[in-house]
Design a protein around this ligand. Structure first.
Ligand SMILES: C[S@@+](CC[C@H](N)C(=O)[O-])C[C@H]1O[C@@H](n2cnc3c(N)ncnc32)[C@H](O)[C@@H]1O
Length: 235
C-alpha cells in the first residue's frame, strides 16, 4: 500500500493536514531533545521527511522502513537538495530497508528512537514497541508521533466528520492511491486514545511514559525512556 502512495505522499500529507504536518514534525524533533552526534532511529520513516529535520539538528539518523517505494522517493528528495542528506548541523540521514518487528540493528544501538504516523500501521504494535526498546541504549528515549483523540468534544466531532466525509474526497484530488486514504480514516478511528497508548508503551518495557497533545489532540506525542538499568534482553 505504501509503495502505491509514495509518489505523492508528502504533498498529500500537507493538503490533508492543512499544512499542520511540518509543525508536528518540528514538535517531534523538539521532544527528542536532539544534539549533534546523537544516534537516532526513525522507524517507519517513509520518505524520510522527519529524518531530514532531525539531521538538520546535527543528529546521525537512520531512516528505516520496509516500503522500498517510500525509501526511493526519500532518496530522490535527499539527492535533489544537496546539503540535506548531510544536515546543516553536521547530521546525516542513512536510508535502511528493514522491518520494525525484526530490526536489523544490534541491541542498544541508538540514543533516540522515534516513529511518526507509523506505529498505527505496524501489524503487531506491542512487538514493535519492544523491538524499539531492544535497540535503544539504557536511558535512551522514545518519541511516538501519532494521530490520536481530540480532547474537546465539539472539536472531536468536527474532526471525525472531516475524517469520514471530507478526507476521502480530498485524497481523490491529490493522492496517487486515493483508496488508501479510506484505510487512513478507519485506522485513525480504531487507534487507542492517549492513555491507552501510554499503557501499551509501558507494557512493552518503557518507563516514564507521558504525552503532549498537538492541534487539540488530533496528534499526540508520547515520550518514554528505556529504564537506565535495563539489560539487553529483558523484554
Ligand atoms: C504513514 S507512513 C509514515 C511515514 C513517515 N514516518 C512520515 O511521518 O511521513 C507509515 C510508514 O510505516 C511503514 N511501515 C509499516 N509497517 C512497517 C514495519 N513493520 N516495518 C517498517 N516500516 C513499516 C510503511 O511502509 C510506511 O512508510
Amino acid at each position: 500500500m505504501f509503495d502505491g502512495v509514495a509518489r505523492r505522499y508528502d504533498i498529500t500529507n500537507t493538503v490533508l493536514s492543512a499544512g499542520r504536518d511540518s509543525g508536528w514534525r518540528m514538535a517531534t524533533a523538539d521532544a527528542l531533545d536532539l544534539r549533534p552526534g546523537l544516534r537516532v532511529l526513525d522507524l517507519a520513516a517513509g520518505t524520510a521527511t522527519s529524518a531530514q529535520a532531525f539531521a538538520s539538528r546535527g543528529a546521525m539518523v537512520v531512516a528505516c522502513d520496509f516500503s522500498l517505494g517510500m525509501l526511493r522517493v526519500g532518496r530522490q528528495r535527499l539527492q535533489r537538495r544537496p546539503g540535506t542528506a548531510v544536515g546543516a548541523g553536521g547530521g546525516a540521514v542513512t536510508l535502511v530497508a528493514g522491518d520494525g518487528l525484526a530490526l536489523p540493528f544490534p541491541d542498544a544501538s541508538f540514543d533516540r528512537v522515534t516513529i511518526s504516523f507509523g506505529l498505527r500501521n505496524v501489524v503487531d504494535v506491542d512487538a514493535c514497541l519492544a523491538e524499539l526498546a531492544r535497540v535503544t541504549r539504557p536511558g535512551g528515549r522514545l518519541v511516538v508521533c501519532e494521530f490520536s483523540r481530540p480532547t474537546w468534544a465539539p472539536w472531536r466531532t468536527v474532526y471525525l466528520e472531516y475524517l469520514m466525509r471530507a478526507l476521502p474526497g480530498l485524497a481523490r484530488a491529490v493522492s496517487s492511491s486515493p483508496g488508501s486514504y479510506v484505510y487512513l480514516a478507519e485506522s485513525i478511528r480504531a487507534w487507542p486514545d492517549q492513555p491507552a497508548l501510554a499503557t501499551r508503551i509501558a507494557g512493552a518495557g518503557w518507563t516514564g511514559v507521558g504525552w503532549r497533545n498537538l492541534t487539540g489532540g488530533i496528534v499526540a506525542l508520547h515520550r518514554a525512556v528505556r529504564p537506565p538499568g535495563a539489560g539487553a534482553r529483558d523484554h
